[in-house]
Design a protein around this ligand. Structure first.
Ligand code: MLC
Ligand code: AMP
Length: 494
C-alpha cells in the first residue's frame, strides 16, 4: 500500500543509522530511531481513534518528539494541524471549532484550557519530552502498518490569517508537499552530506515543510534548535553547511562581530524567505562572509513558488525564477502583463493547495478555475522570468516572518466600547522588518486607551500586539472614504 509522503520522506530511513536530529543538549536521534518513534506514536494516534482524514491538532514545544509526531500523523493518514505556540486561548478555540479534530496534542501547561474547549481527546507533550503522549508511545511496538494515502489526500491543514479577519485553513495534499520537497531538494542540491541549522518554528510552512521535508528527503543531518538563538548559531556555523531563515536571522547575525568568512568556511548555502530581504542586508552579508544569500518566495497556500538560482546569479531584491514545476504569471485585471509591468502574482502547479477548509466561497475568490492561485502579492517579471516582489495588494504586515492581518486586530479593538474606529498598519522595524501600530479614534475622549491594550493582550498572540497605540481625532481618508494607511505609515514610520 502506498502513502505518498510517508513512503518518500520516512520509510526509506527505516534501516538508516545516520544522524537525523542533533538537539540543544547534544542528544542525537538517528533516522532509524526517528522512524521507530514515529511508529510508536502512530499506534497511540490509532488507539485514540484517529482515522485517515481526521484532524490532529498540535500545539507544543519544538522537540524531536514533535517531529516524530508529524511522522506519525503522516503514517496514520491523519491531517496534521500545527498551531503557533503564541496563540491565545481565544485564537485556539476558533481553530479547534473550525477544524473539529479527533485528537489534540498540547503542552501539559495548556491541558486544562484545551480540555475546556475541545470535545475530543487531549494528550500532552512537554518540552522535556514527558507527557501522556510520550508515556503511551513508550509502551507501543516500533513498527506500524502504514495507512495508504494518495496524491490528493490531505496531509496538513495550515491556518493562515485572512484579509477578512478570520483565519483560513489551507488544505495541503500529499502531492502539494512532496512536489515542493522534491523541487527544492534538487534545486538547492541538498544531500546526505548536508548539516542544516534549524532554528525556525515548526508550525509554519518554512520550518516544517521547506526545512524538514527537504532534509528528510535527502537524509541530511539537522541541528535542531528549540528556537532562534544567535549565540548557538554562531557556535554551530563551523560544523554546518546550510541554514534557512527569515531576514531577521541575517540582520541579527550581522550584528555579531564573530560573523566572518572563517566562521562560515564549511557553509555552502544561506537561504532567506517568508519576508522581504533588504538589498542592504544581502550586500552586507556578502561583504562580511563572501556568501550571497539565496532568497526564495513562498506562501502557506502554495509552498515555495520561486527561488534565486543555486548556480546562477542571485540578485538582491529579487526572488528569482519560478520553480521547475511551477507556473507564475503576473496579471493586470486578470490578463497577463508584459515584462516590466507591475501586476498580481498568480501561481499554478502541483504545489498549489486544495482550497480553504470549510470556505468554498473564499477558495473560489482566490483560486481560479484555471488552477491559478491569486497570491495578493504584487510583482514584476523580466523577459527571462526573474521575479521581484514590489508590494502587496493584501493588507498584510510581516513581522519577523509572521504574517499579521490588520483586520484581525482592528476587529478586536473596534469591539471595545469607547472606540469609534481603528486603523492597524505596519512601519519599518530594524529587527522584525515591520512592526505593528494602531491608530485609534475614541468615541469618548476620557476613555483610557490602556484598556484596549489589555484586551488585545488577552485575545491575540504577542507578535500581533501593536507596539504603539496612537489616539487621533480622525483617521486620514481619501475622497472615496478609504482609510489612507500610507499616510499613517509615513507619519509614524520614522
Ligand atoms: C517574537 N516577538 C515578535 C516576533 N517574534 N514580535 C513581532 N514579530 C515577531 N516575529 C515578540 C516576543 O514575543 C517578545 O515579546 C519580543 O517580540 C521580542 O522577542 P525576541 O526574543 O526578540 O524574539 P525571538 O523569540 O528571538 O523571535 C524572533 C524570530 C521569530 C524572528 C526568531 O519571530 C521567528 O522565528 N520567526 C520566524 C517566523 C516564521 O517561521 N515564518 C514563516 C511563516 S511561513 P515580549 O515583549 O514579550 O518580550 C511563510 C511562507 C514562506 O511565510 O514563504 O516561508
Ligand atoms: P504566509 O501566508 O505566512 O505563508 O506568508 C506568505 C507571504 O509572505 C507571501 O504572500 C509574501 O507576501 C511573503 N513572502 C514570502 N517570501 C517572501 C520574500 N522572499 N519576499 C517578500 N515577501 C515574501
Amino acid at each position: 500500500m502506498t502513502n505518498i509522503l510517508y513512503d518518500a520522506l520516512i520509510a526509506p530511513h527505516a534501516q538508516n543509522d545516520g544522524v537525523f536530529l542533533v538537539l540543544d543538549d547534544g542528544t542525537q536521534w538517528t533516522y532509524r530511531q526517528f522512524v521507530q518513534r514515529a511508529a510508536q506514536m502512530a499506534h497511540v494516534l490509532h488507539k485514540a481513534g484517529v482515522k485517515p482524514g481526521d484532524r490532529l491538532v498540535v500545539q507544543g514545544p519544538k522537540t524531536a518528539e514533535a517531529i516524530a509526531l508529524y511522522g506519525a500523523a503522516l503514517q496514520t493518514g491523519a491531517i496534521y494541524l500545527p498551531l503557533n505556540t503564541a496563540y491565545t486561548e481565544s485564537e485556539i478555540r476558533y481553530f479547534v471549532d473550525d477544524a473539529t479534530p479527533t485528537l489534540v496534542i498540547c503542552d501539559p501547561g495548556k491541558l486544562d484550557a484545551m480540555l475546556g474547549m475541545c470535545a475530543c481527546k487531549v494528550l500532552t507533550l512537554a518540552k522535556d519530552s514527558t507527557g501522556s503522549l510520550s508515556r503511551a508511545a513508550d509502551e507501543r511496538p516500533t513498527d506500524f502498518d502504514t495507512v495508504a494515502r494518495g496524491s490528493d489526500d490531505l496531509a496538513a491543514l495550515l491556518y493562515t490569517s485572512g484579509t477578512t479577519g478570520r483565519s483560513k485553513g489551507a488544505m495541503m495534499s500529499h502531492r502539494n508537499l512532496l512536489s515542493n520537497a522534491v523541487s527544492l531538494t534538487q534545486l538547492w542540491q541538498i544531500t546526505v552530506q548536508d548539516r542544516l541549522i534549524h532554528a525556525l518554528p515548526i508550525f509554519h510552512t518554512h520550518g516544517l515543510f521547506v526545512a524538514l521535508n527537504t532534509s528528510l528527503l535527502a537524509g541530511a543531518e539537522v541541528r535542531f534548535m528549540a528556537g532562534f538563538d544567535a549565540e548557538t548559531i554562531i557556535a554551530e556555523l563551523p560544523q554546518s553547511t546550510l541554514i534557512m531563515g527569515v531576514p531577521t536571522f541575517y540582520t541579527r547575525l550581522l550584528d555579531d562581530a564573530r560573523l566572518t568568512p572563517d566562521l562560515v568556511a564549511t557553509m555552502r548555502l544561506f537561504i532567506s524567505g517568508s519576508a522581504p530581504l533588504l538589498a542592504e542586508t544581502h550586500n552586507a552579508f556578502e561583504a562580511r562572509t563572501g556568501h550571497r544569500i539565496l532568497e526564495r518566495y513562498g506562501m502557506t497556500e502554495t509552498n515555495m513558488i520561486t527561488s534565486n538560482p543555486y548556480d546562477g546569479e542571485r540578485i538582491a531584491g529579487t526572488v528569482g525564477y519560478a520553480l521547475p514545476d511551477v507556473e507564475v504569471v503576473i496579471t493586470i485585471d486578470g490578463q497577463p502583463a508584459a515584462a516590466g509591468q507591475v501586476g498580481m502574482i498568480e501561481v499554478r502547479g502541483a504545489n498549489v493547495f486544495q482550497g480553504y477548509w470549510n470556505m468554498p466561497e473564499k477558495t473560489a475568490e482566490e483560486l481560479r478555475d484555471t488552477g491559478f492561485f491569486i497570491t495578493g502579492d504584487l510583482g514584476v517579471q523580466t523577459k527571462d522570468g526573474r521575479i521581484s516582489i514590489v508590494g502587496r495588494q493584501k493588507d498584510l504586515i510581516i513581522s519577523g516572518g509572521y504574517n499579521i492581518y490588520p483586520k484581525e486586530i482592528e476587529d478586536v479593538i473596534n469591539d471595545v466600547n469607547g472606540v469609534l474606529e481603528t486603523a492597524v498598519f505596519g512601519v519599518p522595524h530594524a529587527d522584525f522588518g515591520e512592526a505593528v501600530m494602531a491608530a485609534i479614534v475614541l468615541e469618548d475622549p476620557s476613555f483610557d486607551p490602556d484598556t484596549i491594550a489589555a484586551l488585545v493582550e488577552q485575545l491575540l498572540a504577542r507578535f500581533k500586539h501593536p507596539r504603539r497605540y496612537i489616539v487621533m481625532d480622525a483617521l486620514p481618508r481619501n475622497t472615496m472614504g478609504k482609510v489612507q494607511k500610507n499616510i499613517l505609515r509615513t507619519a509614524y514610520g520614522a
